[in-house]
Write a protein that binds this ligand. Structure first.
Ligand SMILES: [Zn+2]
Length: 348
């Protein structure tokens, strides 16, 4: 079904919250709320460089990606035991289910933890157990994507992959995140080729702060199936044509882009233009504890700022299902559910 049941714009905020959706760009370490950071710090005897929850939260005024990453890594330092990773993921999945997320593909950064002496097994098993329990209790479908930190070397990425392979059945793919500028996708060509041989899904951050050239190489060199962010694509007409014709998904994160000054304000965010150009754009929260909101906050604020319509909401939800790595039968079931929510609102 290509055309959604008509919904009065007055119902748009309620519709955005109620509609089922997939979240495909969420760094689990970026869902750590200051309250949980302090709770885990106390539980584990970790000393934090912030005096209180309020002091930590007030440090969340970032000027660019790097200023955010510095605080992000400090926050992650409280994660030591399997139960810590479990608690973090359960907290995120509970909030996501509350936002009517039916599928979450969750990024995690093992190198942030293994570098501190935490074992790969501790990280993956804690996160995976949370996904299994959340699915059983709330029905949310959840899967893990292991991300390589691009400011580190490809050799270190290979070592990380080797450590993770015994747990291969507990994650579905690999990604590339952290500082983009100066670390082009080409740096990870060989390790992504190996992941492709292993049958792992591949995604990569590209075109957040970096140039369209990074999106081209994420596609051609890394064989990425999805581009995380990708908002710089509109600077390159030939790239837009390719992304549209191949239906390459872009996992866009409006509040993150605003907070990290990728756009001067949300009203000038280009999500609407990406959709109008025929691209498979989706809405996601990136690092919700740090950027001022979870997925529904992203939907509500970017729609309010840019004047998008119920038809855009329909397109974004459908895009999120199509862009996910979930089984086709699940995608069809979520589309049916989407249509039913739109039909409910259509009758109001
Ligand atoms: Zn991200």
């Amino acid at each position: 079904m290509l055309v959604p049941p008509p919904v009065d714009a007055a119902h748009l905020p309620a519709l955005l919250q109620a509609m089922p959706k997939a979240e495909l760009h969420i760094h689990i370490e970026g869902s750590l709320e200051p309250e949980l950071i302090f709770e885990l710090a106390e539980r584990n005897g970790v000393r934090l460089p912030y005096a209180s929850v309020e002091a930590l939260r007030s440090a969340y005024a970032f000027s660019d990606l790097q200023s955010f990453l510095d605080i992000y890594y400090a926050g992650a330092s409280v994660l030591l035991h399997e139960q810590d990773f479990y608690d973090m993921a359960r907290a995120y999945l509970a909030r996501a289910a509350g936002d009517n997320v039916v599928r979450a593909e969750i990024f995690f950064d093992p190198q942030t933890h293994t570098a501190r002496g935490v074992s790969m097994q501790t990280v993956i098993q804690g996160l995976h157990r949370a996904c299994v329990d959340a699915q059983r209790e709330s029905g949310i479908s959840a899967a893990l994507i292991l991300c390589f930190l691009r400011h580190l070397s490809e050799e270190e990425a290979f070592a990380t992959l080797e450590q993770a392979l015994p747990l291969r059945d507990q994650f579905i793919g690999v990604g590339l995140d952290s500082s983009e500028l100066g670390h082009p996708p080409e740096k990870f060509e060989r390790v992504f080729a190996r992941c492709r041989e292993l049958g792992l899904h591949r995604v990569a951050h590209a075109g957040e702060e970096g140039p369209p050239a990074y999106i081209w190489s994420a596609l051609d060199v890394l064989h990425a199936e999805r581009i995380d962010h990708g908002v710089q694509a509109l600077k390159d007409e030939a790239l837009v044509a390719r992304l549209a014709s191949e239906r390459v998904p872009l996992t866009v994160c409006p509040l993150s882009n605003q907070k990290l000054c990728v756009f001067p304000d949300l009203a000038r965010h280009n999500l609407r233009q990406l959709l109008d150009a025929g691209l498979c754009a989706t809405v996601n929260s990136d690092d919700p504890a740090y950027f001022g909101g979870y997925i529904n906050d992203n939907f509500l604020q970017v729609f309010a700022a840019t004047g998008m319509t119920p038809a855009h909401a329909w397109q974004l939800a459908r895009n999120s299902f199509q862009a996910s790595f979930a089984p086709e039968a699940d995608k069809r079931a979520w589309e049916v559910r989407l249509k039913s929510v739109f039909s409910d609102f259509s009758g109001r």
